[in-house]
Design a protein around this ligand. Structure first.
Ligand code: SAM
Length: 232
């Protein structure tokens, strides 16, 4: 991967960035995504935010190496705190982290969210917490994608301001993704159900503490939701 050739995962994230956007890429690591988008003429300018010194320095070096210092500002900051009002950022990307970490980044800076119109989020795991956060905070899913790369499956959720309703299955698996029922979706959830059933059978051998009873209930609930969608 480099600033001109992204991974399939980041390329998909990039495809949801509106033409002419002012972007903040939070947790930018090597700043590949903003460099790619500027090289392709897809965005006006970008902020690359990083909270860890090593990746922050990698981003600084990459932006310099690509000669993009005028268009991309790299900042060492926690989450959305990388964004300043004068940047006029309208679009945020947060990719390659767990769903709960992405939600904590969004929750930690409510005032920074006010001026944003599009959030492009790519959780590596637990996408459901993002859909729940969106529902509770008046963001609506406008697009979703699911892709497979190197044996790993990734979901991408695109949010804009608005209201939506989601069923329990849609929170778990994604409304648009369920409608599409792609092979990748089927693969992900078939795998997940197999895993849950293994966990369930080992829990059945364990002592019935309250925690275990709750966990079993949760697994059975999730399995039923997914099997209904898969048509099993
Ligand atoms: N976004 C890139 C991608 O998708 O390939 C890099 C993903 S990398 C696995 C996650 C990056 O997020 C790390 O560089 C980490 O330092 C950064 N990160 C984690 N929490 C953060 C936070 N609260 N604010 C800014 N960056 C954060």
């Amino acid at each position: 991967m480099n600033a001109l050739n992204l991974s399939k995962r980041l390329e998909k994230v990039a495809s949801f960035v509106p033409q002419g956007a002012i972007l903040a890429d939070i947790g930018s690591d090597h700043a590949y995504l903003p460099c790619y988008l500027v090289h392709k003429g897809m965005i006006q300018k970008a902020i690359a935010g990083e909270v860890v010194k090593g990746p922050y320095e990698s981003a600084l070096n990459k932006v310099k190496e690509e000669g993009l210092e005028k268009q991309i500002t790299v900042r060492l900051a926690d989450g959305l705190e990388a964004i300043e009002e004068s940047d006029e950022v309208d679009t945020v990307t947060i990719a390659g982290m767990g769903g709960p970490l992405i939600v904590s980044i969004l929750e930690n800076s409510p005032e920074k969210l006010k001026s944003l119109s599009r959030l492009i989020l790519q959780p590596n795991i637990h996408a459901r917490v993002i859909r729940r956060w969106a529902l509770e905070n008046d963001w609506a899913i406008v697009e979703e994608a699911i892709i497979e790369e190197d044996e790993k499956i990734y979901e991408i959720i695109v949010l804009e301001r608005g209201k939506m309703t989601l069923t329990e299955a849609e929170k778990l698996m994604g409304k648009y993704l369920i409608n599409e029922k792609s092979d990748v979706l089927m693969k992900k959830w078939t795998r997940e159900v197999q895993h849950w059933k293994k966990v369930l059978s080992s829990l059945e051998k364990a002592e019935s503490t309250l925690d275990i009873i709750e966990k079993r209930k949760e697994l059975l609930h999730n399995i039923a939701l997914v099997e209904e969608v898969l048509g099993e």
